[in-house]
Design a protein around this ligand. Structure first.
Ligand code: ATP
Length: 202
């Protein structure tokens, strides 16, 4: 899965619309302290469906929205789009008809997030599954933020297993299993209700 562009608007320090082209090969982001390098990695994690504000260095999810400076007022909305080049069909099979895949997440203050894949409204889960099926995602060990190396070394065996499952591309199965279990539970509930109705009619 090759990321080819990242677009940000109102996300943390990136108040103005900004587009980054990610070329083939190794990309380095350089700049003085506090210029927003880590914010870029957090934008990638956020658009992949990160739902823990803490891992984006915030107290609540609204903290990703540009908070204003002495010279510029705060914004009420942030949006990040990640463009994936799928010419070599490296994305999960259900996207085989798409040459590019654009994933957008938008947040409005006090209204939560909305997601789109190629312009179509989707659930957070759909975005998370897309990345999980491609063996990556907001919690992928491939996204190494400051302090992460230390936490990986000290990780509990269970957390390490999560890393291996991600590398094997099977972490999406857990979400699907949970979904299937909750559908089964509600079907069982319906069945009990039907039995009650049948008994009442007999
Ligand atoms: P370093 O090299 O020190 O690690 P960096 O280049 O990685 O720094 P970041 O940590 O990405 O920099 O960016 C920090 C900057 O982002 C700070 O100036 C901070 O004020 C700004 N920032 C973070 N969140 C917001 C927000 N919601 N609104 C406005 N600015 C923000």
């Amino acid at each position: 899965m090759r990321f080819s562009r990242l677009r940000l608007s109102g996300f943390k320090s990136f108040v103005d619309p900004t587009e980054l082209h990610i070329e083939n090969g190794l990309t380095g982001v350089v700049g003085p302290n506090g210029c927003g390098k880590s914010n870029l990695l957090e934008a990638i994690r956020w658009v992949m469906g990160e739902n823990r504000a803490k891992s984006l260095r915030g107290a609540g999810m609204d903290d990703v929205i540009f908070a204003g400076t002495d010279r510029r007022p705060a914004r009420n909305m942030a949006e990040v789009t990640l463009v994936i080049d799928n010419f070599e069909r490296t994305a999960p099979a259900e996207y085989n008809n798409e040459d590019t895949i654009e994933i957008t997440r938008r947040i409005e203050r006090e209204s939560g997030s909305a997601y789109r894949i190629n312009g179509k409204d989707v659930r957070q889960k759909d975005v998370q599954l897309l990345f999980a099926d491609a063996a990556t995602g907001a919690h992928s060990p491939a996204l190494v933020s400051q302090g992460r190396i230390g936490s990986l070394i000290n990780a509990k065996p269970q957390d390490r297993r999560q890393i291996l499952e991600e590398a094997a591309g099977i972490s999406g199965l857990h979400t699907r299993r949970k979904e299937a279990e909750s559908r089964l539970k509600s079907a069982e509930g319906n069945l009990v209700r039907v039995q009650d109705v049948v008994q009442a009619m007999e």
